[in-house]
Design a protein around this ligand. Sequence first.
Ligand code: SF4
Length: 323
Amino acid sequence: MVNVFWIHGGACNGNTQSFLNADEPTVIDLVTDFGINILYHHSVSMEFGNQVKEILDDIIEERTELDILVVEGTVIQGPNGTGRFDTLFERPKKDWIYDLAHKAKFVVSIGDCACWGGIPATSPNPSESTGLQFFKDKPGGFLTSEFRSKAGLPVINIPGCPAHPDWVTQILVAIATGRTSDITLDEYHRPETFFKTFTQTGCTRVQYYEYKEPVEEFGQGTRKGCLFYEQGCRGPMTRSSCNRILWNRQSSKTRAGMPCIGCTEPQFPFFDLAPGTVFKTQKILGTIPKEVPTGMDSLSYSTHAAIARTVAPKWAKEDMFVP
Ligand code: SF4
């Protein structure tokens, strides 16, 4: 039996909604096939009130072993560092999170808010929100960089707004089945198996990216063209497997005509690039984007783009649809 406690901080509950839609494996599979015992989850457990307090006390006083602590949402530290904006049983939730994290064998952050603070931590951050071990892209966060769970690992970050449900259930299964040596983390503590490649990998528009053929208007789902040039798609600079492990097993943002908004990166929602919106295109000078794909400088990129467009074959400009 692998005991899991899921705690919810400052967030919209989107990661729970995503988690409940997992396919491979499903939440039911976690319980019936992989030995996961959900001690408490606010949306699926029958326990409430003092029953939840008893579960918490049993973990803190070490009558119950906590194998995996899952945190969804930011750690709210306001006002003035007291945490009184977000309490559970008359106690700041941040204190519960601190105690639980130090009892758990593994700590897993689900979604941007828990990983790096996400939207609630965006300036001016009135709730004094932070992620568990990062504040945006800066190491530290609530638990500090030195934190290691009882199994000796830092917080395992599964970002996204929300995180893809299969990323969550597959990491829980890896832990539950003792395959933690398979979990290699990147510099932001994201499992490489889901976050090593760019969102662009597997995108059905990538040939139009190469020949610099844009989609002119937002929301042109199956219309040909790349969403980078006019719609500000962040696929070439975002690490995620959204186009390899499809959402609902059938689609992704870019397949639906929606630019990638970079929601698995610590700096999300990039309000500095697009004040007040996450949708604004990044280009500033004609077709030269403000940001260039990771690994390129802007001069090389602009040169490459100009040549690519000049030599684009006829089919790249034809009025077609992409799957
Ligand atoms: S739509 Fe986005 S992810 Fe797809 S090829 Fe264009 S820039 Fe890359």
